[in-house]
Design a protein around this ligand. Structure first.
Ligand code: AR6
Length: 174
């Protein structure tokens, strides 16, 4: 994070945010799913899926690997881009934290390539993929703080009070 990157926290629906880029907690198929992925495709409309299919037909024939990120249009969302990233699954009692950190780092790298200045993130892997919220929040915030980026605002958009509280613990006065 450069000296000018602010981390902000919002409780709400990430598909209602006005930002340059919305990050999607996708799966490797890039073809949609539940949770925040489903919500983004529903509100963003079919243009997003069309670009995801094109990515699968070109660079990502075997899908987007865990920990990587790729951008598409944001369709009808109030944003210019959706940055799709694939979080690691928390299995049994562990997951690979370096892959979760990579999601945030790679998403910010893609955001910098695009010239995005405001980026909204969900709590990647903390839903269907089972990552414990407190640990997911710590990895998310630490990684953003450690990453050099021209992004001016990283906004974590937490769906419920519990997720918001977990992130607030990592971001004092957030
Ligand atoms: N806005 C903000 N956060 C949300 C929203 C929303 N509209 N909806 C859910 N969340 P998840 P994962 C929160 O399951 O764990 C999908 O099927 C949710 O409460 O969306 O990375 C994909 O296709 C949780 O805190 O993502 C993959 O197959 C966080 O977003 C798989 O789920 C992440 O939950 C990815 O699982």
């Amino acid at each position: 994070m450069s000296g000018t990157t602010r981390i902000t926290l919002v409780q709400g629906d990430i598909t209602r945010q006005s930002v340059d880029a919305v990050v999607n907690a996708a799966n490797s198929s890039l073809l949609g799913g539940g949770g925040v992925d489903g919500a983004i495709h529903r509100r963003g409309g079919p243009e997003i899926l069309a670009e995801c299919r094109a990515l699968r037909a070109s660079h990502y024939g075997r899908g987007l690997p865990t920990g990587q990120a790729v951008a598409t249009t944001a369709g009808r969302l109030d944003a210019r881009w959706v940055i799709h990233t694939v979080g690691p699954v928390y299995q049994g009692s562990s997951g690979d934290p370096s892959l979760l950190a990579s999601c945030y780092r790679e998403s910010l790298r893609v955001a910098d390539e695009l010239g995005a200045r405001t980026v909204a993130f969900p709590a990647v892997s903390a839903g269907a993929y089972g990552w414990p919220l407190g640990d997911a929040a710590r990895i998310a915030v630490e990684t953003v703080r450690e990453t050099g980026t021209a992004v001016e605002e990283v906004r974590f958009v937490l769906f419920d009070a519990q997720a918001f509280a977990a992130f607030a613990e990592q971001v004092p006065q957030g």
